[in-house]
Design a protein around this ligand. Structure first.
Ligand code: FES
Length: 104
């Protein structure tokens, strides 16, 4: 797909030690957190049954609280056969207090 047709979203960036859940439109809520000085933006709705994902800083994993699906933040791949990964957005730019991102 040609990137110039992809919608760019803008959100306020959380502080370095915070994790935020932010609705970016009527269908998409994202999980936003810093890791290794890099901003991560991931769909916060679990692909299994729709629970809200969270980032566990101690274990460095994105986790689902309902049935234990989890993934490393770098590649968002799970070990589940059917739900292979969480959706990670592509961060285009972080300026002052705002991040701009689009579909990867
Ligand atoms: S809803 Fe997330 S693992 Fe089931």
């Amino acid at each position: 797909m040609n990137e110039k047709f992809l919608k760019t979203h803008k959100i306020k960036v959380p502080k370095k030690n915070e994790t935020n859940h932010i609705w970016i439109d009527s269908k998409n809520e994202v999980l936003v957190f810093w890791r290794d000085n890099k901003l991560n933006i991931i769909n916060s709705i679990c692909p299994h049954m729709g629970a809200q994902l969270f980032y566990d800083q101690k274990e460095d994993l994105i986790k689902c609280p309902w049935h234990g699906l989890s993934a490393e933040p770098e590649n968002c791949k799970t070990r589940h056969k059917r739900f292979k990964s969480f959706y990670k957005w592509k961060v285009i730019r972080v300026d002052n207090n705002y991040a701009f991102f689009t579909r990867s």
